[in-house]
Design a protein around this ligand. Structure first.
Ligand SMILES: [Zn+2]
Length: 1127
């Protein structure tokens, strides 16, 4: 062992060099003995630098205000050069003893009261409500911004000195020299169908501070000049073609007036197929520090205030812009955005498709005037007596209801899988909403993989000068030169270059531009949308290598999976990767180009973690790929014989945060046990004996705020943390999960993972990893949700950090993340016929482009309870209620949440009975559109998250709650109410034909044992898991032709995969299961179970309509509701 001179510094934040040494740091170098380490410019770690100021007033920390973590101004002497047991011979970095100032205080001690609780409502504390109701009282003042929000941007990550000499490694690659020298001229305005390779940012931007302290939105250059309004910029539209020529010059052609449409308004509130309805949240008051504010500066001086009140009627159009009967493009029968829902996802945006060239909805507003929302809505309001009509389940999955809009508007509306509202008809007033007793909110899947996504490159992105709404299909054109914002009603000028329509290559058709023809569109953002050069794709993997971890065998799978997919990681020539492993110490890997093999560097001073060689731990993937591959091949064997049982996860996370801070990026953490050493150490809080019979469920909230605080630090530095938890033991997911939740990460959980004992989970883990490593990713993202003036959003659900009232900070955004928001109506909407919602997601692509994806949803406003009921979306309502109930479980109690869900059903059906039904009749009555509401509520009460009286591991429950909060609605619904099919008699009748594969479509069955029969085989699709139940007398044909076994007794006990048999039955069954799996981003495992299988209990627990020892049957539940309603 040799030693090397070692200077390290933990800065005090003043820029003055503070040396923990100079101290002799014993370094043992296996490969390169005698190498000396110089740490003179290591950026100091100060956890508070990225933190929000102490918030005033009540915040998310009921136990007290946000407590600053003492800065690390000294380090705790680690154990003097202890020997690391395994693997022997590895270099060991330990700081020597030093009589210094007190040690870094573990952050959890910052909370004054024991057991800090983190209410999940992230944006604002839920409004006070009666003990078991979700609905706020009318005209309730909206709370101010939550106390723990950032109102200013996180300060730079280091002291001034570190700006001048930024960390060499990460930042050196931070700027793509080629990109900065090829920034497009500001006047260029090309429409491109494919992702552009250029990166437009100013090469003169300072690299040091990541965000100026005065800006919340971190992507604009303060003081930058407004983009030139080039008079006649050569707009070109190029779906895989060279740009078209410049637009015609000369006077714009005159528009010929055409008669408005005369067709009847669409009156049916729930017509079957056309999917389009959406949801978005609205904007509250614009925060002065929002990126709108910055954008306003960019766009020039804001003109004096918005036009006060809205102008009354939905704006009408001059004759030149009124409806024409121009036929729509015959080749595009379905709007691209709508097609997306029905297509399997793809990784990359598809070429821009020419939108229909017919009249956009913006020209159709006159038809709204003729629209009568009072017209009868036969099907949605058909009265159903739930006690009599037992077979309510439709034979196939329920489509989203269609908003009651004129066809032209609806046809172009946002895809409901992307954007959806609980009420597709918005009440005029909050008091009307309160009467309806249904929750109003939006469910979003904003970064969903789309097979068709129009992508636009333009130097001028047209936005409202007042509220910064992006121009969209629901604005109106007053004339050729002016458009009126559909959110704030301000009249805006049409920029000159917007006059040219690249689609038709003609001038004077702003209403036919793609921005006005597509409710979902993506812009390649010009440089005003950047504060710093777009970050590179950076991936850091943090791996548990304790004895427990090695026992599970996960490391093999991980390393192999990364080796297999290393060329598919999203990124470009700047992509960087790094690795940290940990047990009771932290191990770094020097992967610098030129080394003959990776170097392992062990830091045992976990109390005050530092980076041994900051420049060579995150390396350029392309340049160092061989070293990375070497490491991945050797890692599994490196720790084979370890006996180290301790886990210093908290320190490993701190190290990873330090490493990623200069650039931002993605941290993937793999953990297999309860962290029990150093900062963030946790203790078991679960008593297995109390799982089934506890009166209420304890410990749903975190035991420490260490993970949340670290997540907020990460968020401030554009770092997201994804957590993979693989453990048979209690891991306190309620605490650990905070690291992902507040940093916009994902959580994966594999209980009882073991490479030999649990092969089905190994398969899931492999499939999930492949998807995870290769799926699209957006970096340094923010999402803002706006809504029409008069409405406001107040509570967000999902994984993110709320930076200002309507701005979500998403260090990473992934295509599998869902979000929900709750809304209220602040002002009467009685002058409006429609309202709009717009979600704008600004992110950096893995290729280093700033992009903005914009979704706009339009919904009608109604003034009668029956119209509100007719537009109810029972799945969206149930999904939003589930999110609200998770919050309530944590802030109040599980029983309180359960009561509130039951009351939600009682309240809405009572309201319907009292206010909508004209003829009173006996029974439990519901409108047809809500006929499944009690069933879904009962399903929620029996769901893993909320069930009682059934033994449920605490981590399983908490994970189920996490899933309800961030899964997109369609997946969450399967977890709430699984789908049951009979599959032993599959036929081709009514089958789908996809890619020459025939996919049988068996009908949905009620979740009741009475639907099972011993002669059959039944598939239950519960979202993340599927069960294939085999009846005792199952037809021998199915056993032999599908399962490949001679008889029932021969069905293996642990079968998780169907054999690939060359029979029609096998092909049908596998095609159906494969088709179900293809429709979701995660991999549901399959368990084949016999009547006496151990897993039978899990299957039977999903039989929601049946009575169990601890829960009512569906019929009993209906009787309970009826009793409450008729009180
Ligand atoms: Zn506006």
């Amino acid at each position: 062992m040799s030693t090397a001179g070692f200077n390290s510094q933990n800065g005090t934040g003043t820029g003055q060099t503070y040396a923990n040494g100079p101290s002799q740091n014993p370094v043992a170098l296996q490969q390169l003995p005698g190498v000396s380490y110089s740490m003179t410019h290591q950026p100091p770690y100060n956890p508070m630098q990225a933190k929000a100021p102490s918030p005033p007033g009540p915040g998310l920390y009921p136990s007290g205000p946000y407590q600053p973590v003492p800065p690390v101004s000294s380090y705790q002497p680690g154990p003097p050069l202890s020997s690391y047991p395994t693997p022997p011979g590895q270099p060991l970095l330990t700081r020597p003893p030093l009589g210094g100032p007190p040690s870094h205080t573990p952050p959890q001690s910052a909370s004054p009261s024991p057991g800090p609780r983190l209410p999940p409502a992230q944006a604002t504390p839920p409004p006070p409500v009666s003990s078991s109701s979700y609905y706020s009282s009318p005209q309730q003042p909206q709370p101010m911004a939550p106390a723990w929000q950032y109102n200013t941007a996180p300060p730079p990550s280091g002291p001034p000195t570190s700006m001048n000499t930024p960390p060499r490694g990460p930042v050196a690659n931070h700027v793509n020299p080629a990109a900065s020298s090829t920034a497009p001229p500001p006047s260029s305005a090309a429409y491109s169908s494919a992702p552009q390779a250029h990166v437009s940012h100013s090469a003169t931007q300072p690299l040091g501070p990541r965000m100026p302290p005065t800006s919340v939105h971190g992507y604009t250059q303060p003081g930058a000049a407004p983009p030139p309004m080039n008079p006649i910029a050569p707009h070109t539209y190029q779906p895989n073609r060279a740009p078209y020529g410049p637009p015609p010059t000369g006077p714009p052609p005159t528009m010929k007036p055409t008669p408005p449409p005369t067709g009847p308004p669409m009156a049916n509130a729930t017509p079957p197929p056309p999917k389009a309805d959406g949801t978005v949240a609205g904007n509250g008051p614009q925060a002065p520090n929002s990126y709108n504010h910055v954008d306003n500066k960019m766009a020039g001086l804001p003109q004096p205030g918005p036009p006060g009140r809205h102008l009354g009627h939905y704006p009408s159009l001059p004759p030149g812009y009124q409806n024409t009967s121009t036929p729509h493009n015959a080749t595009s029968p379905m709007h691209p955005a709508m097609q997306a829902a029905t297509q399997p996802y793809t990784q990359a945006p598809q070429p821009y498709q020419q939108p229909p060239v017919g009249p956009g909805p913006a020209q159709l507003s006159p038809s709204l005037a003729a629209m009568s929302l009072q017209s009868s809505t036969p099907e949605a309001l058909r009265v159903v007596n739930l006690l009599q009509d037992r077979n309510l389940l439709p034979p196939s999955p329920i489509p989203a209801p269609t908003p009651c809009l004129p066809q032209d508007l609806q046809k172009i509306n946002c895809n409901p899988e992307v954007f959806r509202s609980t009420l597709t008809s918005i009440p005029q007033t909050q008091s009307l909403l309160n009467k309806a007793k249904m929750p109003l909110g939006l469910l979003l899947h904003p970064f969903k993989d789309l097979s068709q996504l129009p992508v636009v490159t333009s130097s001028t992105i047209v936005r409202c000068r007042s509220c910064r709404t992006y121009i969209n299909p629901f604005v109106s054109f007053l004339d050729q030169r002016r458009w009126k914002c559909n959110l704030c009603y301000r009249v805006n000028d049409v920029p000159e270059e917007f006059m040219y329509n690249p689609v038709s290559r003609s001038y004077g058709e702003p209403h036919k531009r793609p921005e006005v023809q597509n409710a979902t569109i993506e812009f390649i953002a010009p440089s005003e949308y950047m504060l710093r050069p777009p970050q590179p794709a950076v991936y850091l993997f943090v791996l548990d290598v304790s004895h427990n971890a090695v026992e599970t065998g996960y490391l093999n799978v991980f390393c192999q999976s990364l080796l297999d997919n290393i060329n598919s990681l999203p990124g470009d020539s700047r992509t960087k990767v790094g690795f940290i492993t940990f047990d009771s110490t932290i191990h770094f890997y020097n992967l610098q180009e030129g080394l003959s093999q990776p170097q392992m560097l062990i830091v045992s001073d976990i109390e005050d973690i530092f980076l041994p060689t900051p420049d060579s731990l995150l390396v350029n993937l392309n340049e160092c790929k061989e070293l990375v591959q070497d490491l991945l091949k050797s890692l599994p064997t490196l720790f084979e014989k370890t006996m180290e049982t301790q886990s210093a996860l908290g320190s490993a996370l701190q190290a990873a945060f330090k490493l990623l801070s200069p650039t931002g990026g993605r941290m993937s953490v793999f953990q297999t046990q309860l962290p029990n050493l150093g900062v963030g150490a946790l203790q078991s809080r679960e008593d297995p004996n109390q799982r089934a019979n506890a009166k209420d469920i304890q410990h749903l909230s975190p035991a420490t705020d260490f993970y949340k605080k670290l997540a907020l630090d990460c968020s401030g530095q554009q770092v997201a943390v994804d957590l993979f938890l693989l453990s048979a033991q209690y891991c306190d997911l309620a605490s650990l999960g905070c690291i992902s939740r507040y940093s916009a990460g994902s959580i994966y959980y594999y209980p009882s993972y073991h490479h030999q004992h649990n092969p089905s989970q190994v398969e899931c883990f492999q499939k999930d990893l492949k998807r995870y490593l290769t799926r699209k990713i957006g970096f340094e993202a923010v999402m803002r949700i706006r809504c029409t003036k008069g409405m406001s959003i107040h509570t967000f659900h999902g994984n993110f950090f709320v930076r200002s009232t309507d701005l979500l900070s998403l260090p990473n955004v992934n295509p599998d993340a869902g979000f929900a928001v709750q809304m209220s109506i602040e002002e009467n909407l009685d002058d409006m016929q429609v309202v709009s919602f717009q979600a704008a997601l600004l992110y950096t692509s893995s290729k280093g482009e700033r992009r903005i994806r914009v979704h706009t949803l339009c919904l009608p406003v109604v003034n009668s309870l029956s119209d509100i009921f007719a537009g109810a979306d029972v799945q969206a309502i149930s999904g939003l209620l589930a999110c609200m109930a998770v919050d309530r479980s944590v802030t109040a109690s599980l029983s309180d949440a359960r009561d509130a869900m039951t009351n939600a059903a009682i309240d809405s059906l009572t309201s319907y009975r009292q206010s909508v039904l004209t003829i009173q009749q006996p029974g439990l009555l519901a409108p047809a559109c809500l006929r499944l509401f009690p069933l879904f509520i009962l399903a929620l009460l029996k769901q893993k998250s909320f069930r009682t009286g059934t033994s449920t591991r605490l981590d399983d429950r908490v994970f189920a709650m996490c899933q309800l909060k961030y899964q997109p609605l369609i997946y969450a619904m399967l977890m709430i109410h699984p789908a049951l099919y009979r599959v032993d008699d599959l036929t081709d009748e009514g089958a789908l034909n996809i890619n020459e594969r025939t996919i049988p479509q068996p009908r949905l069955l009620q979740l009741s044992v009475e639907k099972l029969c011993r002669e059959g085989a039944f598939l239950m699709d519960a979202g993340t898991v599927m069960y294939l139940w085999i009846g005792r007398n199952c037809h021998p044909n199915f056993l032999t032709q599908v399962l490949g076994v001679p008889n029932y007794a021969a069905v293996p006990d642990n079968l998780y995969m169907l054999p690939e048999l060359d029979t029609a039955e096998s092909q049908r069954t596998r095609a159906f299961i494969g088709w179900l799996r293809d429709q979701r981003p995660f991999f549901p495992s399959l368990h084949v179970i016999r009547e006496e299988s151990q897993r039978k209990a899990s299957f039977m627990q999903n039989m929601i309509e049946d009575r169990t020892e601890s829960a009512l049957s569906y019929y009993e539940f209906l009787l309970h509701l009826q009793q409450q309603i008729s009180k």
